[in-house]
Design a protein around this ligand. Structure first.
Ligand SMILES: Cc1cc2nc3c(=O)[nH]c(=O)nc-3n(C[C@H](O)[C@H](O)[C@H](O)COP(=O)(O)OP(=O)(O)OC[C@H]3O[C@@H](n4cnc5c(N)ncnc54)[C@H](O)[C@@H]3O)c2cc1C
Length: 386
């Protein structure tokens, strides 16, 4: 049984549906409310076979430091696409149903108990409370993960509060995403401007110490010249950063945001979550076949996802530690140092799912960057060589 009908829960379900698989989703409709900027690498769309959810293609980045002198990086390749996240979630759900999973929408997971080697799972649906039986309980229930809480796994090391608004504005250059950094603009994280075809999505994330994100968004909209634009819709949400030590227990797996499998530098969680779902489903299918749902057996999932996307998450956490503490002046310095053709050429090779891979080539190109954190850079290079 999978708790959470988000993209990760539904993708997990599609891959385990040879066994009886039920997805329990508290909302009446999968994919709503949306809590996502929808910016992903095209590989994510391929993984979900969701090409028809793409609303725009991105080939470049404008990185705007606090001092305002933007660094522009352009590429001839598609670097990212913007997806209609509601439609994307629907696609993931349809696939799960096609493979044979049952979706229980409008049912809230309340808790679970143990009965021998099985679990009794309590949910509340429109008709009242229900108790269901399960061999395996998968927590794909997002950053608040009740499954994780009850199982004693989690929480994430940190959480970023995000807020964004869709404005009735068309960007002049729809191929460029803007990223604005600065401790006053978006303390501990960054702000984004994403062209989405007919409209533009503007948002930001703020670390816990940064205060309420709504005030920062109002100030940013004004600063960026969008203060008077018509608002189409507003979204807020939380991005968990830094996975817990363990993402499994007896009869339990955590996957996606519930396991904080997000990229610490961007907050993106779709690629990492879908990859982890694949490892989780493979482990689950083998364990169900062998009727061994012990923590020891399920620990294989933890090893597999950490050996895959976990490496990038670890490196991202290290870089984030330095980034989150940079002063505005230092951010300006870094951007100034990168604003040269050879460094921009390196930046143009970047992949949004593997941002830390830029560290080594950038240092080779601009060796003076080492002064910002010699210790971090040594660690990153050693880890890359592993
Ligand atoms: C502002 C913002 C912008 C973002 N932008 C991007 C981006 O551009 N690109 C990107 O890759 N990622 C982005 N993310 C992250 C991305 O949205 C998540 O990583 C992704 O949604 C994780 O998928 P999931 O299936 O693990 O969790 P979710 O999508 O959160 O799904 C969890 C599901 O579980 C359900 N649930 C929770 N509790 C219960 C319960 N007790 N009972 C039943 N159901 C329950 C919820 O209703 C929900 O449907 C962003 C996040 C935020 C907040």
């Amino acid at each position: 049984m999978i708790i959470g009908g988000g993209p990760v829960g539904c993708t997990f379900a599609a891959q385990t549906a040879t066994f009886t698989t039920v997805v329990v989703e508290e909302h009446a409709e999968i994919g709503s409310p949306v809590q996502c900027a929808g910016l992903v690498h095209p590989r994510v769309v391929e993984m979900a076979d969701a090409q028809d959810t793409v609303v725009n293609t991105i080939t470049g980045l404008r990185l705007v430091p606090p001092g305002g002198k933007a660094l522009e990086v352009r590429s001839t390749e598609t670097k990212a696409v913007v997806i209609d996240r509601r439609k994307f979630d629907h696609k993931c759900c349809e696939r799960a149903v096609r493979e044979g999973a049952d979706i229980l929408e409008g049912h809230e997971f309340l808790g679970f108990g143990r009965e021998g080697k099985r679990l009794s799972v309590k949910v509340r649906g429109p008709e009242g409370p229900l108790t269901l039986e399960a061999d395996l309980l998968v927590g794909a229930d997002g950053y608040k993960s009740r499954v994780g809480k009850i199982a004693g796994l989690g929480p994430a090391k940190e959480s970023i509060r995000g807020i964004q608004v869709d404005l009735d504005v068309r960007m002049e250059d729809p191929s460029m995403v803007e990223v604005h950094i600065g401790q006053r603009i978006a303390p501990g994280f960054f702000a984004w401007v994403i062209p989405c075809g007919d409209f533009t999505r503007i948002g930001l994330g703020v670390s816990q110490a940064g205060g309420p994100p709504s005030g920062h968004l109002t100030a940013f909209l004004k600063k960026r010249g969008f203060g008077g634009a018509d608002r189409l819709r507003m979204v807020s949400g939380v991005i968990p950063i830094g996975p817990p030590k363990k993402t499994f227990g007896d009869n339990i797996l955590l996957v996606g945001d519930s396991a904080a499998q997000t990229k610490p530098l961007s907050g993106g969680g779709l690629y990492t979550g879908l990859r982890a779902a694949r490892w989780g489903a493979m482990t689950a299918v083998d364990a169900l076949k062998d009727k061994d749902l012990s923590a020891k057996r399920l620990s294989g999932y933890d090893e597999k996802w950490r050996a895959d996307v976990g490496k990038e998450i670890e490196r991202g956490l290290l870089i984030r530690k330095v980034f989150a503490n940079l002063t505005d002046r230092k951010m300006d310095d870094v951007c100034r140092m990168l604003d040269r053709p050879d460094a921009k050429e390196v930046l143009a090779t970047g992949d949004i799912d593997f941002p830390s891979k830029l560290a080594s080539p950038l240092l080779k190109t601009v060796p003076t960057l080492v002064k910002f954190s010699p210790q971090l850079i040594g660690t990153l290079i050693r880890r890359e060589q592993r």
